[in-house]
Design a binder for this molecule. Structure first.
Ligand code: PLP
Length: 414
């Protein structure tokens, strides 16, 4: 398509326009691990990056390529590499681009597993400063001569802080450092990090993009804004072969994907791809359900605090409103002291006690006892996570049914 279409139209027709066999509307699932060549020069050309093609499925497969293309379109980016999970995308991208002695600045409100992989890389010689990413001043103060990257999430989990996305983008541009944004919580339907000058965008495809909790996947998208030519960690062999704008994403594919082996299976790519077609419908509904539930909970006498960017009481409410096309499906809340959090959760009949997010169903989890348990009480207190905090991933059920479930569970809680 030369003329640009809307978000959903583009995703729906993306596979078809790549012209798969027999006019298929979806890219078929290609299960081949390897491809044969009539002429050996064809095989050599693929190996030497002189021709497009597939040699071995660990670093490329037509079904996965079609999903990568779709994610690139969703993010309005230049190129995407898909991975087996969101964590594989994050850990392999850092592995591909950074070296011992490099410094990165990361948000102190990171997703727990991302925080964990950062700790592993620190043990291997990467220097990392964790700062409150709602303040660009803190990012600026942490900057050093060897800083190569800033890593933030759009909306933090579970307390929903919104990073100072725009000013951080300006700062990274000024310093010519990589700006890596994990867009999982917002998804490209709600927010495109390219609009705040992100260099690389991470998505856990497991969450809103796949949308149905039936396949794991992850991706990194190069927005095309970063100038990789002056980035010192690009391998010389790539500089000789690859167009300058493709240097970063190629190194992520070659070093990150190929060497880590965190490959997305074609079956999962297909499932995620089909799921992604309805992301706008699902998120519009989840956002409106989440807003109604946040308002209900905020007004409830047994609830001490609600964390949701859509509420005017949220510290970054206006920022979120100016950047996002909706406030998302994720929220947290805390019950009053003395209210038994587990008993309350067990009284929920419709809402599922589960750790995932971005599903079509509404899910609830007690934060301090599960996803942030390993951090310990002290770090939780620093991060502002009370023991009674419950995180919700609001789904697309009929709104009245969700509200009714919370109403009845709270009625018996006092
Ligand atoms: C879930 C999640 C990830 C990791 O994704 P997986 O697909 O579960 O590996 C990374 N970042 C954020 C913000 C997430 O919510």
């Amino acid at each position: 398509m030369n003329d640009k279409k809307g978000f959903t139209t583009t995703i729906l027709h993306s596979d078809r326009l790549l012209k798969p066999e027999f006019g298929a509307l979806h890219q078929p699932i290609h299960t081949a691990v390897t491809w044969g060549f009539e002429d050996v020069q064809g095989l050599v050309n693929v190996f030497q990056n002189k021709a497009k093609g597939y040699a071995y499925s660990r670093q490329g497969n037509p079904t996965v390529t079609a999903l990568e293309h779709k994610v690139t379109q969703m993010e309005d980016g230049m190129a995407t590499v898909a991975f087996s999970t969101g964590m594989a995308a994050i850990s392999a991208t850092l592995l591909a681009l950074l070296k011992a002695g490099d410094h990165i600045i990361a948000s102190s409100y990171l997703f727990g597993n991302t925080r964990s992989v950062m700790q592993t890389y620190m043990d291997m010689g990467l220097a990392i400063t964790f700062v409150d990413a709602t303040s660009v001043e803190e990012i600026k103060n942490a900057y050093q001569e060897n800083t190569k990257m800033v890593f933030v999430e759009t909306i933090a989990n579970p307390a929903t802080q919104v990073a100072a996305l725009g000013p951080i983008g300006d700062f990274c541009e000024e310093k010519a450092i990589i700006y890596m944004v994990d867009n999982t919580m917002t998804s490209p339907y709600i927010f495109r990090p390219v609009t705040v000058k992100a260099s690389l965008v991470i998505n856990s495809l497991t969450k809103y993009i796949g949308g149905h909790a039936d396949a794991l996947g992850g991706s990194v998208t190069d927005t095309g804004l970063y100038n990789w030519v002056n980035f010192p960690n690009i391998a010389d062999v790539l500089r000789e072969q690859i167009r300058p704008e493709m240097l970063g994403i190629t190194q992520i594919r070659k070093r990150g994907l190929r060497d880590s082996g965190g490959t997305l299976a074609p079956e999962a790519a297909h499932t995620i791809s089909v799921g992604s077609e309805t992301i706008a419908l699902r998120l519009n509904r989840a956002c409106s359900n989440a807003m109604a539930l946040a308002e209900f909970l905020e007004a409830h006498p047994l609830v001490s605090k609600v964390y949701y960017p859509g509420l005017t009481s949220h510290p970054q409410h206006e920022l979120a409103g100016s950047l996002f096309n909706g406030y998302g499906g994720l929220m947290s809340f805390a019950l009053n002291d003395g209210v038994d959090c587990f008993a309350f959760l067990n009284r929920l009949k419709l809402v599922i006690k589960s750790s995932n997010l971005g599903d079509t169903r509404t899910l609830a989890i007690p934060v301090a006892h599960t996803i942030f348990f390993e951090l310990g009480a002290e770090r939780r207190a620093e991060m502002g996570i009370p023991d009674s905090m419950v995180r919700l991933s609001v789904g697309i059920e009929d709104q009245e049914d969700i509200l009714q479930d919370f109403k009845q569970a709270l009625e018996h809680s006092s």
